[in-house]
Ligand binder design. Structure first.
Ligand code: PLP
Length: 420
């Protein structure tokens, strides 16, 4: 196109790139065409029988994905809304809660809890490894008076690409013989990795629409155990929009306002997609694509493994080559990979070049990881060709930006996919 060239006929870097954008953000994620088409329809009265049938089916479908037979409350809000619903329904100002630090999102949830008047005690973690569960047992055992009302954990820390084992957290609580409720943020794990609310003894599971459920942002929900429902009768935090007492007791559970019917049209179709593929196959696909992504990253860095640490202050010095941010192999996330760049190289410049020149959208480093890390989302509606295209483009971007790397990361990803 004429517009794309300067007077000398050279391609202009800032021209809008052509072709379909490759979208590798860790939320929102790609919305499948079938979901988009399902939402492209006329509105329905949210109290009509026609819509209520869809509403009920979606309610049951989300419970199937959460693997719970207990209660579900849905909100017209992003994940922050469900976070607030979880805290405000069962806890009272002054209550103590134990947050397992994982990174940007555990910090943000902590901030919210503080604003709601809760006393947050943190089990600190070095972000590349996550918390040690012995420290959780220690904290809970020390609380002989059982003043801690809830343990809060982010199942998959989207900012760092680290997954904590929820059954292990459950075991730590049980080992300490502590009655605290277990709150789990499954926002970037649900529909990507196995999650079993009831079998794992989770009291409140917080989920959102725009990640593994492949929907637009704007719907979130909490799975709630019978124990948490009972606790909510005592909760003294002021609440209105999130109040389960206002929302409950109906079939299906009501929204305290207009039900977002188009999100339900999309959700109905997204649940069909998950059912057709089968949840186990969905998880296996996420595992395969994550392993391929990691193979590429490790190859680019020539298998570099430093002892560099990271926490809320940022990444300490000494990163010499490209590396996986998550340094614990047993905790590598299957939905997002955070990539650390060698010191002196700007991860945001890499992202800008990937986007502006090649139409590849990547996630940025959040908070103190800004500029040092970029993130490759591999969750939701994604397959091998999409991922390989994205990884090839990341490698092209490294070349373009002069980021030192060992060429051949895509071949390493292909080998990993072929082996799986
Ligand atoms: N928790 C996690 C793990 C997340 O990844 C996010 C968003 O990316 C949130 C909470 C906040 O959700 P939202 O942005 O939908 O409010």
């Amino acid at each position: 196109m004429q517009d794309d060239k300067n007077a000398q006929g050279v391609f202009r870097v800032n021209a809008k790139p052509r072709g379909r954008q490759f979208f590798q953000n860790p939320g929102p994620t790609n919305i499948p065409d079938r979901v988009l088409r399902a939402m492209d329809r006329a509105v329905l009265d949210f109290l009509s029988e026609e819509f209520l049938a869809i509403h009920r089916a979606c309610h049951a479908g989300v419970k199937r994905v959460l693997k719970t037979q207990q209660q579900l409350f849905m909100y017209a809000a992003s994940g922050h809304g469900a976070w607030e619903a979880a805290l405000s329904n069962v806890l009272s100002p002054g209550d103590r809660v134990l947050m397992l630090e994982s990174g940007y999102f555990s910090d943000s949830w902590t901030q919210m809890a503080n604003h709601l008047g809760l006393q947050v005690e943190t089990v600190p973690a070095e972000w590349r490894h996550g918390v040690g569960l012995d420290a959780v047992i220690e904290k809970l055992t020390a609380d002989a008076a059982h003043a801690i009302k809830a343990v809060l954990v982010v199942h998959n820390e989207t900012a760092t690409g680290l997954t904590l084992s929820v059954p292990e957290v459950r075991r730590a609580i049980d080992e300490a013989r502590h009655p605290a409720l277990l709150f789990v943020d499954t926002i970037s794990s649900l529909g990507c990795m196995d999650f079993r609310m009831d079998a794992w003894g989770v009291d409140i599971a917080v989920g959102g629409s725009q990640k593994g459920l492949m929907l637009p942002t704007g719907m979130s929900f909490t799975g709630v155990s019978a124990k948490a429902v009972a606790a909510s009768a005592e909760g003294k935090t002021r609440r209105h929009y999130w109040d389960w007492r206002e929302m409950g007791g109906r079939d299906p559970q009501r929204f305290l306002g207009t039900t977002p019917v188009h999100l339900f049209f999309g959700l109905e179709e997204a649940l069909k997609l998950l059912d057709e593929e089968g949840l186990d196959a969905v998880f296996a696909r996420h595992h395969r694509l994550a392993a391929a992504t990691r193979a590429a990253v490790v190859h680019w860095g020539g298998n570099a493994r430093s002892n560099v640490k990271a926490d809320a202050k940022g990444i300490s010095k000494g990163v010499k080559a490209i590396e996986l941010f998550c340094a614990d192999d047993a905790r590598l996330s299957n939905s997002v990979t955070a990539v650390m760049l060698p010191e002196g190289h700007d991860a945001d410049a890499v992202r800008r070049t990937a986007l502006n020149r090649f139409n590849l959208s990547l996630g940025g480093g959040l908070g103190t990881l800004g500029g040092r890390v970029f993130r490759i989302g591999h969750m939701g509606d994604l397959n091998e060709p999409m991922l390989l295209g994205a990884l090839a483009t990341v490698e092209l971007t490294f070349k373009t930006c002069g980021v030192p790397h060992q060429a051949g990361g895509v071949e390493a990803a292909i080998q990993a996919l072929a082996a799986n």
